[in-house]
Design a protein around this ligand. Structure first.
Ligand code: SFD
Ligand code: AMP
Length: 630
């Protein structure tokens, strides 16, 4: 077997991940840990300063409710999220995050994040819920606070968490390996807070050739949260809800600032505004088709109807929007010139703060946004518990926000704890609580960490770990290195071999299956029972071949496990689309054999994988609202 030293870390609370949710968890856990003499450890596959979705920075904070200033109520936010998700949401979770998110944003500001202010000192809003920031260093600022709170000795960077460590049905920690040295890590803990982000590259991306790998969400979020929670036996929710963002084409620049701040229109190749010409289609998706703002998937759907009729390309009318704003200043040429310069700067900064490659693409294509319109397109599917996605673990809500009706279904002792005791989830790892974004993920991390410490105080027994389980996991995790060592000399090209499969080839195969059978870009997001069933057969063959993944070094070992994690996310997704016999989110995916929304399916489609049998269980759970009680 590959020669790896084993290092053991014994702790009370283990935070897996170092992104927005984990940083929130670190800050809060450190506070409560001191009070209760509890040890907290954080482990990240990368370096916290620039790890996760916010690595490149962001140009907006997308969740700020403004409760302090009476701008909105909790009920307003909950109504917004429920409508955007076509009725499928856990209002108790959404409200719990929403009532804490403003204080997280105030902390960001205290820690040094520049939030735009107007001449009266008020935050500048991009839209009703969004604040403009100078956010290139957003993650650095947030990580610094987390590191200061936890102390550097309690943080392990560049360690890839591969598997949950189980003792029967109980989670007693996690195992993984260093991506820099031959060390296998065993973390033993009384509770684990899962915050390893969402999943990217499960589907074939639009990017190819030199651009291959370019995606909207970060490619290093590879489904580890979903894998960890599925494999440990947690019930999962909304696994069918993928998010398809509309983005500036090919470099995935954000559109929110254009639609909301600059009030731009999008038009098709014939200069028609599909939101107007296709408005009649919204009747088919009532009541959600008639709410304001129109749900994100329906906005996509109206656009896709044009694209499917050959009416592309679709353009963001940047030139029109800038002209309309500047027009107000046209009487004074000096002020007009200054305003135009300001708008041009804001347009570029929107990309430079969070999607630098879009600025590079614009520069390379001689795009001056004040002069020419710019192409946008629907991206490939992503799995996230935030934005207008919802996939993640099924977690308990807070007790005080339940109605007698919801309490039976949505509460089991500790808020944001999964169905396996001691596993807590936050950010993209927790499901059915969409629209939390960077700020809400941080807030959810804080909530979950406080609850995890409470759980540890209530359950102080040391984790009991079976050494045989650890030895088996070590052998399994390092197996790709052994396979490569054994066989690589017997081929003229180590990339191709009858005895093994390299992780990149494995990823291409996974992406092809998902793209063609599960409604990816090439299939125009359409699928059906027959296609899904065939896709499942192919996924099962892929699962057999996962045993033959081979790695020539530590980096490829990480790639092997990233792709195994993606494969499990893929299977949960496919099975849940198959289970939900309707189309609820056209614009994200369309089931051609069940093309309409059905009252029977105003319900959560949950799933659970059973380690003992290897079987998946599909579970329908009721949707119950609390908004009237707010
Ligand atoms: O414009 C392992 N997001 C936006 N949020 C906003 O508030 N405003 C925006 O402007 C946003 N936009 C946006 C956003 C993201 C991206 C990529 C772009 C634009 C281009 C969304 C937020 O960023 C997102 O909601 C949160 O970051 C989610 O937080 P969290 O904690 O759930 O995920 P993370 O931050 O990605 O962190 C994941 C961490 O896990 C680590 N990790 N560690 C150990 N072992 C493993 N196996 C691991 N796998 C992953 C990662 O290293 C990381 O630390 S806009 O589009 O709307
Ligand atoms: P995006 O840049 O697309 O990620 O959007 C940023 C924020 O603006 C998110 O909260 C979106 O839900 C919201 N948003 C984007 N476009 C629109 C739109 N056309 N109408 C309403 N909200 C939008």
């Amino acid at each position: 077997m590959a020669n790896f030293e084993t290092r053991e870390v014994v702790t009370d609370l283990l935070i897996v991940g170092g992104g927005m949710a984990a940083c929130g968890a670190a800050v809060e856990a450190a506070y409560w840990a001191k009070k209760h003499n509890v040890k907290v450890t954080l482990v990240d596959k990368a370096a916290m300063d620039r790890s996760g979705a916010v690595a490149m920075g962001l140009s907006a904070i997308n969740q700020y409710v403004g409760l302090r200033d009476g701008q909105n109520t909790l009920k307003d936010y909950v109504d917004y999220v429920r409508n955007d998700l076509m009725g499928i949401t856990r209002e108790d979770l959404v409200a719990n995050i929403a009532r804490h998110v403003d204080s997280t944003v105030h902390l960001f500001e205290k820690w040094g994040l520049p939030i735009w202010k107007d001449e009266n000192g008020a935050y500048v809003h991009e839209g009703r819920w969004q604040l403009m920031i100078n956010g290139e260093s957003y993650k650095v600022v947030v990580a610094e606070a987390a590191k200061n709170a936890l102390g550097i000795d309690n943080i392990y960077e560049r360690i890839f968490i591969t598997e949950p460590l189980m003792n029967g049905d109980k989670c007693v920690g996690a195992v993984g390996f260093s991506v820099r040295e031959n060390v296998f890590y065993v973390f033993k803990a009384k509770a684990v807070l899962v915050a390893m982000g969402g999943a990217v590259h499960v589907f074939k991306p639009r990017s190819s050739g030199e651009g291959l790998g370019r995606a909207w969400y970060p490619p290093w979020n590879s489904g580890s949260s979903a894998y960890f929670t599925i494999k440990s036996g947690c019930e999962m929710t909304c696994q069918e809800v993928r998010f398809i963002p509309v983005r500036f084409k090919d470099a995935y620049g954000p559109v929110g600032a254009w639609f909301l701040l600059f009030k731009a229109r999008a038009t098709n190749g014939l200069d028609e505004n599909y939101m107007q010409t296709r408005a009649g289609e919204l009747e088919n998706w009532k009541p959600y088709g008639k709410v304001k703002p129109v749900p994100a998937n329906l906005r996509n759907w109206l656009m896709l109807l044009d694209v499917m009729e050959g009416k592309g390309p679709i353009y963001m009318r940047t030139e029109e929007a800038i002209a309309a704003i500047a027009d107000k200043y046209k009487d004074d040429p000096k002020v007009f010139k200054k305003k135009m310069k300001e708008l041009e700067t804001e347009a570029w900064e929107d990309f430079l703060d969070m999607t630098i490659s879009q600025a590079i693409l614009w520069a390379g294509m001689n795009v001056a946004p004040e002069e020419v319109k710019s192409e946008i397109a629907a991206a490939e599917p992503y799995f996230i518990g935030s934005h207008s996605g919802a996939s993640g673990a099924w977690v308990s809500g807070p007790e005080d926000l339940q109605t007698p009706e919801t309490k039976k279904e949505y509460f089991w002792g500790y808020a944001h704890m999964a169905t396996i005791p001691g596993i807590f989830c936050a950010g993209d790892a927790s499901g059915a609580s969409s629209h939390k974004f960077s700020s809400g993920s941080h807030a959810e991390g804080r909530i979950a960490a406080k609850e995890a410490i409470r759980y540890i105080v209530d359950h102080p027994a040391a984790p009991s770990v079976d050494q045989k389980v650890v030895d088996e996991l070590k052998a399994k995790i390092l197996n790709p290195i052994d396979i490569y060592e054994k066989h690589y000399k017997y081929t003229s090209d180590p990339e191709i071999h009858p005895e093994y499969i390299k992780p990149k080839m494995f990823m291409f195969r996974l992406q092809k299956i998902m793209d063609e059978y599960c409604g990816g870009v090439s299939s125009q997001f359409k699928t059906s029972k027959a296609l899904l069933e065939k896709g499942l057969v192919l996924l099962n063959f892929l699962r057999e071949d996962a045993e033959k993944l081979a790695a020539k070094d530590l980096h490829e070992l990480m790639r092997c496990w990233e792709n195994t994690h993606r494969m499990w996310q893929a299977e949960a997704h496919l099975r849940t689309i198959l289970f939900r016999k309707e189309t609820r989110w056209p614009g994200y995916y369309f089931r051609a054999d069940t093309p309409r929304m059905s009252e029977d399916w105003l319900a959560f489609a949950n799933c659970k994988w059973h380690a003992k049998t290897g079987e998946w269980e599909m579970i329908k759970r009721p949707v119950k609202y609390i908004n009237e009680a707010l």
